[in-house]
Design a protein. Structure first.
Lengths: 125, 290
């Protein structure tokens, strides 16, 4: 289920003109991980131009955001429970981790937080 | 609650010049014009990195104004209060002593007698020390999103550096402290306080909040018979968590703790209608006591 949400991210990001505009200065690749899946998400000036399923040996990424399937599914609820409603809340309670070079994320924080929360808009189909 | 429908809102804004720790400061404050002469003054302390507009909804609340005179001021460096002369050659760092002196000087300057002090976040932290040191001077204190200590959740070095937009990162960081149920209009109004703040101001406030205000070894000294203490925390606040507030309340005999459902770190601005439902009973309790 988590897999299905992540696979739809490029479609949802690339048709959101304001989100692309907010990420217009961001070009990077990061790894989004769950219990069962991992994806290299490559962003070019705010658009996702490549989504590659892992694991991919020796493929570089700048930073990694990781949470369990259950944590992601809670994060993507319309009204997530307290603790799962924000990626930093999840990190604080030990339900997620963020590692690597954080500069691209922190300097584009609203964009990254909105991108990883996009499955909230996808519905649970 | 009547908010946003007045053409001319019942809020008056003024400046007062005060000496704070030897530094002349021009402080901007707002107060409700709805209150009578006998109303109990309530001095409101805004969160770190924002300003007094967070309390605007409470200032136009007729039911509150029936018994209370709501007053909110911008700390120096915040909102319409300028930083001190020479700010360009210093790094702003709020300390417990400077914060206490700021609040004390402001209250003296406006002549508020035996006020209630209500602070949110870092303001909530301060009211704990205010009650401990100077409890006899206050009718009560209310700590919103308040505890005597909490665990940090990010590196404040991100907040003030030339290669990261200060307003953008401050607002994006704290955006998660707002409850997901809070209306979009008020979510983004709350975030504007952070988007529009001066460089390094939030970080400077957090020097007090993170490094100079661990009150765990002294909060139990508060005499709540002398100065009633109310602590209200939103369930979605992961900065000052409900557990932080409950632990603090348990260490202070007589402290009254309320955990607020569907609210976060900015209850008065992120969801004013929901928040007043929690605040009104507290104010009623204060109005009928003593």
């Amino acid at each position: 289920m988590v897999d299905n949400f992540i696979k739809r991210l490029p479609d949802f990001v690339n048709r959101d003109a304001w989100l692309i505009w907010r990420g217009r200065h961001l070009t990077t690749t990061f790894l989004l991980k769950s219990s069962q899946a991992e994806y290299f998400i490559s962003i070019s000036e705010g658009e996702i131009h490549q989504l590659v399923a892992g694991p991919q040996l020796l493929r570089p990424s700048v930073f990694t955001i990781k949470a369990s399937d259950g944590a992601w599914l809670k994060h993507w609820m319309k009204f997530p429970p307290s603790g799962w409603h924000d990626i930093f809340a999840m990190v604080k309670i030990g339900e997620a981790s963020i590692e690597g070079d954080l500069y691209p994320m922190m300097s584009n924080l609203r964009y990254i937080k909105e991108l990883i929360a996009l499955p909230r808009k996808m519905g649970r189909d | 609650m009547e908010t946003g429908i007045h053409k001319l809102e019942p809020i008056m804004g003024r400046y007062v010049n005060v000496d704070i720790s030897g530094q002349q400061s021009r402080i901007y404050f707002e107060e409700s014009t709805l209150s009578g002469d006998k109303a109990i003054p309530v001095v409101c302390l805004h969160t770190a990195g924002s300003d007094s507009s967070q309390f605007r909804h409470l200032l136009v609340d007729k039911e509150i104004a029936a018994n209370f005179r709501m007053i909110a001021f911008d700390m120096p460096w915040h909102g319409k209060s300028l930083p001190p002369v020479g700010y360009q050659d210093q790094e702003y760092r709020l300390t417990t002593e400077l914060y206490l002196d700021t609040v004390d000087s402001f209250i003296a300057a406006i002549g508020a007698k035996n006020p209630v002090v209500m602070g949110c976040s870092m303001g909530g932290r301060l009211v704990i020390e205010l009650a401990r040191r100077y409890g006899k001077n206050f009718r009560a204190v209310i700590g919103l999103e308040a505890s005597d200590y909490q665990t940090p959740w990010y590196d404040t070095e991100w907040l003030n550096r030339p290669d990261v937009h200060g307003g953008e990162i401050c607002s994006a960081l704290i955006s998660g402290l707002i409850a997901p149920q809070s209306p979009d209009e008020f979510r983004w109004e709350t975030l504007w306080g952070y988007l529009s703040a001066g460089p390094g101001v939030f970080k400077g406030d957090l020097h007090f909040y993170r490094q100079d205000s661990d009150f765990r070894d002294r909060s139990s000294e508060i005499d709540t018979e002398l100065c009633p203490l109310y602590l209200l925390t939103g369930e979605y606040d992961f900065s000052c968590t409900p557990d932080d507030t409950k632990r603090t309340g348990q260490s202070i005999p007589g402290a009254k703790v309320t955990i607020m459902k569907k609210l976060g770190h900015f209850p008065m601005s992120e969801n004013p209608e929901l928040f007043r439902g929690y605040l009104l009973p507290v104010l009623a309790d204060i109005a009928t006591s003593q």
